[in-house]
Ligand binder design. Structure first.
Ligand SMILES: [Zn+2]
Ligand SMILES: [Zn+2]
Length: 658
């Protein structure tokens, strides 16, 4: 009897694979049930071994898939991911496997069918294209094979209609399309337009669905029953039958990077997938990331522009409002209140952006300067008026509001600063009988709440919308004619090396919500730094020009994307454990000439959920070199006693240095 041997990836935090045996021939990419350390687990077959190993192996006791669930191109991508991000390969497999298949469950037999006849639903409003858009569709249509293309379309330029048109072309060629969006709950308008036009051919895939919903979409995509999948980062390897095109909407959005566990960038991974599958990929945005702009400069990506809004106007610039001598009411200057009043009187809507939720971000004692802080995090507590609680925005712990100072027992306590809730209460009082709509994490938590809010915005005439970043993301609110940005000073003056990129994108995206229909909107920025050079540059609203200057500076300063960076992050209940471990890593790197290690540095949020956090910044000239050093570090640290006292991992291509 023949015995076959297989290398299997098991979803555990160990960077190794394991060898098992079977009487059956099993294709790679198939799930199997095995015993591992006396527990029954599901593993993924990644290699068929030619020779009998020199050590004893155990038997695979069940083959779970009649057809591999990962194709050979997927296996190539997954092993690239495990190498590039230095993450245990079994956990990488698990990330891209529908949750129900992470258990010992058999897949349905695969019957593929791809019906090239599909119907465009006639009731959907199909927008006429202007000459610029027409040309854009023509150029996108000409993309062939692996051909990454930045679609730089200013806010309001009608990118969704372009996506619909190009999808139509691919569907008619018998190809399917994968569309990635940063956060599904924030893009109901894009989904709605695709569903309106292509009906049942659409599947939605994201991590807030039930395992059954996800399996269903995954299975239908695999068989060809669904031809377009719209999803978030977990959808990036969705097995669409005859995949012909990928679209990454809002490619600059930081939500594409996973912030916990396996920290991969879905944008970068989708590029890898397009390359392996040899298909075109479109990266659409009004505020391209510097990384993408560099790749355009290096001639690795194409760039197609739509510089005018669909209505023929240009996006609004900014009016900088110096608030150094202004008396603010709940954070709003008199000039802003006058402009709001004027807009409301014309029966239009106003958008107020403040990147802070809750009522007030600081509760302090005026006598001894005690400040309310979370017991398990290094974070100040935010007062929430609706809850009458002090909340930690890191760990979501709630605290009662002390009436007396816990330090000096005086009752001279006060709330400092404003968040969305305070602005809402203030404006309700100031503009009586005006519709005021707040859009933030707290008002959208409930299922369906965001859709309700969007509906209310559309149904209202004059109204004030108040919101955080969520309000800046892609929405189309045609009645908004005035934008007021309340607190961007922290972003402008932040020392974080990515902060300029982030704040410029945010400001442009906020301005993108304004004047979309009639094209005579304006945006006020309240600031204490009216002379700031960057703010002056950004004033015109020309993001691209600003970003290219920023990119040039990055080159001169040898910052990413011109160098390769990884953070080695640690956390442990004792700060000294982190420091000792990172110091030892830094000392072995100090003998190398082409690498610099900075740190250990306490992370900006030094303590989170009871653990201290520190990191080491590792910077070198190329990604290949960075990869080699990371590999060396992994093999060195595995035997150290310091390693056992900390949780550590690499954050490759970090977007957040805090
Ligand atoms: Zn006090
Ligand atoms: Zn906390």
């Amino acid at each position: 009897m023949n015995i076959f041997y297989y290398d299997i990836a098991i979803p555990i935090p160990i960077r190794e694979t394991f060898t098992y045996q079977s009487k059956d021939i099993i294709q790679t990419g198939t799930r199997v049930a095995i015993k591992f350390r006396n527990k029954e687990v599901v593993g993924y077959v990644i290699k068929n071994l030619k020779n009998k190993p020199s050590f004893p192996t155990t038997e695979i006791f069940e083959i779970l898939d009649s057809e591999p669930i990962f194709k050979s191109s997927d296996l190539q991508i997954i092993s690239w991911l495990a190498d590039y991000y230095h993450h245990p390969i079994g956990e990488v497999f698990d990330t891209f496997c529908p949750p129900s298949l992470r258990k010992r469950i058999k897949t349905d037999p695969l019957i593929t069918s791809f019906d090239t006849t599909y119907e465009v639903i006639k009731e959907d409003k199909i927008f006429e294209l202007n000459a610029e858009q027409e040309n854009c569709v023509k150029e996108l249509k000409a993309l062939k094979g692996f051909d990454p293309c930045l679609l730089y379309g200013v806010t309001g330029s009608g990118k969704t209609e372009i996506y619909l048109r190009i999808s139509d072309i691919y569907l008619s060629k018998g190809k399917s399309i994968l569309i990635l969006v940063p956060e599904i709950s924030l893009t109901p308008q894009l989904q709605e337009r695709f569903i309106n036009r292509f009906g049942d051919n659409i599947g939605i895939y994201h991590s807030r669905q039930t395992p059954k919903q996800r399996y269903d979409v995954w299975n239908k995509a695999r068989s060809g029953e669904i031809k377009i999948v719209i999803g978030t980062r977990s959808a990036v390897l969705c097995p669409l039958h005859n995949l012909g095109l990928m679209i990454i909407d809002e490619e600059h959005d930081q939500s594409y990077k996973q912030h916990e566990g396996f920290r991969f960038s879905a944008r970068d991974l989708s590029i890898k997938r397009a390359q392996v599958e040899d298909i075109p990929i479109i990266l659409g945005t009004a505020t391209p990331s510097l990384q993408t702009l560099k790749l355009v400069q290096d001639k690795k990506y194409k760039q197609i522009n739509i510089l005018k809004r669909a209505n023929g106007s240009e996006p609004p610039g900014f009016i900088v409002l110096d608030i150094n001598d202004s008396k603010l009411e709940s954070g709003i200057a008199k000039e802003s209140l006058d402009a709001i009043e004027m807009t409301l009187s014309q029966n239009k809507q106003v958008l107020i952006f403040i990147n802070r939720r809750g009522f007030s971000p600081l509760y302090e004692c005026n006598d001894c300067r005690w400040v309310a802080e979370c017991k398990s995090c290094d974070a100040r507590l935010v007062f929430h008026h609706g809850l009458d609680r002090l909340m930690c925005h890191r760990c979501e712990s709630a605290y009662g509001v002390p009436k007396k100072c816990p330090e000096c027992a005086h009752s001279n306590l006060s709330l400092q600063g404003s968040g969305t809730e305070r602005i809402e209460l203030f404006l309700e009082n100031y503009f009586k009988n005006t519709t005021i709509i707040r859009l933030d994490h707290d008002t959208t938590k409930k299922k369906g709440a965001l859709n309700e809010i969007i509906k209310k915005v559309h149904e209202s005439d004059s109204a004030i919308l108040i919101g955080t970043q969520m309000l800046a993301k892609g929405h189309d609110f045609p009645k908004v004619e005035l934008g007021v940005i309340l607190n961007c000073d922290a972003g402008i003056t932040s020392p974080d090396i990515n902060s300029l990129e982030k704040i410029s994108q945010l400001l442009i995206q906020v301005s993108g919500r304004v004047g979309r229909k009639e094209g005579n909107g304006k945006v006020l920025i309240q600031t204490r730094y009216p002379e700031d050079e960057n703010l002056r540059e950004l004033k015109s609203g020309d993001y691209l020009n600003f970003a290219l200057k920023n990119l040039k500076q990055k080159k001169e300063l040898h910052h990413p994307p011109y160098t390769a960076v990884s953070l080695l992050r640690t956390s442990s209940p004792l700060a000294e454990h982190n420091i000792k471990f990172l110091e030892k890593v830094a000392s072995i790197l100090s003998i190398e000439s082409d690498i610099s290690a900075i740190g250990p540095i306490p992370s900006i949020i030094t303590k989170s959920r009871g653990n201290f956090r520190h990191h080491l910044i590792i910077q070198t000239t190329s990604k290949t070199l960075l990869n080699k050093f990371a590999q060396d570090i992994i093999s060195s640290v595995s035997s150290w006693k310091e390693t056992k006292k900390v949780k550590w991992y690499f954050d490759i291509d970090p977007i957040d240095y805090s």
